[in-house]
Design a protein around this ligand. Sequence first.
Ligand code: SF4
Ligand code: SF4
Length: 686
Amino acid sequence: MIKTFLFALLFLSAIGFFTYSILNFLKYLKIGKRENRLNNIGQRIINTLQIAIFQSKLFRQKFAGFLHIIIFWGFLALLIVVIEGFIEGFVHGFSFSFIGKFYSVITFTQDFFGLLVLVTVIFSLFRRYIGTPKRLQVERAAKLDATVILIMISLVMITMLGANAERILLGNSAGLRPVSQFIADNIITTPSNTLYEFFFWAHNIIVLGFLNYLPYSKHFHVLSSVINTFFSNYKIDRKNVIKPIMIEDKTDELNPKERLIDFMNDEVPQLGARDIEDLTWKNILDGYTCTECGRCTEVCPANSTGKLLNPKNIVKQVRKRTMDKGPLVVKKVESDPILEKALVHDYISQEELWACTTCAACVEECPVMIDHLSTIIELRRNLNMMESAFPNEVATVQRNLENNESPWAFPADMRNDWIEEFISENGSETNLKKLSNEGSADNLDVVFWVGCAGAFDNRYKNVTKSFAGILNKAGIKFGVLGSEERCTGDTARRLGNEFAAVEQFIKPNIETFKHYKIKKIVTMCPHCFHSLKNEYTQFGAEFEVKHHTEYIGELISSGKISTHKGNKSKFTYHDSCYLGRYNEVYDAPRKAINNISENGITEMKRSKSKGFCCGAGGGRMFMEETEGKRVNIERTEEALSTGADVIASACPFCMTMLTDGVKAKEKTEEVKVKDIAEIIWENIKE
Ligand code: SF4
Ligand code: SF4
């Protein structure tokens, strides 16, 4: 009776305090902006099973993934022991043995996992203190937190096995328990009620203590990662899209809805995020989900080349700010030095934010579906549109965008230059048609979206002409917009200037597409490709968009063009982040090279979804890189280490960065950087 009373006291106080912590946590999430993430529940459940329960993303690093899945699955198997222990606290001698033979499967699994988890914990402690991989090297507090958790986990296992061994010795055990049996035969050996009670109480106190420690530890991810995965937009939204700015439409007061901001007519006090209340609840949940595994930081091109930016820290700072400010907001405190601060500047510096190349390697790598990029872009929006706090080069780019409709300082008329050159080289009877002459795209096979680099950059103009040559050779009737084309808005958007991106680029481009009835587009630039294909849909435009590497693949497989096989160059291929990670176009460029090459491709150490950025995305193309090693040098060195004499790429920004890298390494004689279109054009059959 006393045991039951004491257990009830322990159990109810522990559950009570845990509930209090969770309610507080939910109040902190509510500080963030509303966002509906309850669509497509079926896919969300599949994501949760695949990523949170079967931990698929952890296997991007096989050994660590294996260690983690043992701990996690061990924990799930042991949940039954925990529940059994709780019930036993109220009902003396309770066990699930009444379920029959299946009980032995449960007890065997518990024993087996108990031992496996103990061994894994020892390994994990070893990895924390000796032979620690760089990504797990954390500050003392975080290390202590991890150690406390690992020790708690091992104590849970030891007390469980101890209690089971005593049950066997006392003759109260049911089911198959080989490990506990071994302990009973060789280690504990004496039947003792006192020892059993000791293990019983120690086990339950540690389990309940662990439960209450979780909300204040990074190991809260045991719970929050499942929720975070459920609410992530994996396979629900298009990958790595920037969300437009939405505002609450209160026209129907009873049923307020969200709608796109109308920059010309809506007055909003804040654009982008200055502090946690400007982020969404999901961004805040991301902060509480971080396991501090460091996978994101390990793959970050900015961090690994010595910049201040550390994606793990961005997420951690969101959590820290929430923990600092959350309790004050919840208690409605109006004056406190903490309230004077803001997430941006006081917790995350603008230098960190401007160092991001938006390569999305962090997002791809994170095992618990944290979206660092959406937070970074929201903070950049505040810096750009509210504070005008950006590097000088960004000011220049924005001036160019405003005056020339392109990040470069060339007038729109110059977009016609390559067209005239192409026509004069190929004669006026080419398949290239100017849309201004055609009046509509109805009679064309495709519209060739050239992009700013394709029109203005002297080196990349050769790629434009090569691709136009391929289309011409294949008999494809293709239209070009010439001076009616303007930047897609990618650079402005990634720099946080949503206003310019939407009003100056996206909306006018959509008008042009509508005017010419454009339904199918092909482009060489992965940044244009991503924007047109995945982000213009947010503004009501939907058309078929192909990257030129995909289009070339179709032309080859349909027999419209054929190529010479047997090119003896040694090729390596650099994945553009916006083509690869963003849009999962990995095979088309490789197939194109394999079509002409005798030796195939020597892959770089980091390729496909693990590809390393060239350093130019997110507007970094136009910014100086003064801190640490240059990202393009790091990537060029990796490309050169393959022994290739052609570095193939499929993006104008990558081409510029790699060409500069090859120049800096003084290898221009031996190594050429070429676009897939050039490689195919040089090897096309007459
Ligand atoms: S998007 Fe790329 S550069 Fe930016 S934080 Fe993530 S990994 Fe680093
Ligand atoms: S954000 Fe994700 S990848 Fe980065 S440390 Fe946290 S859990 Fe690991």
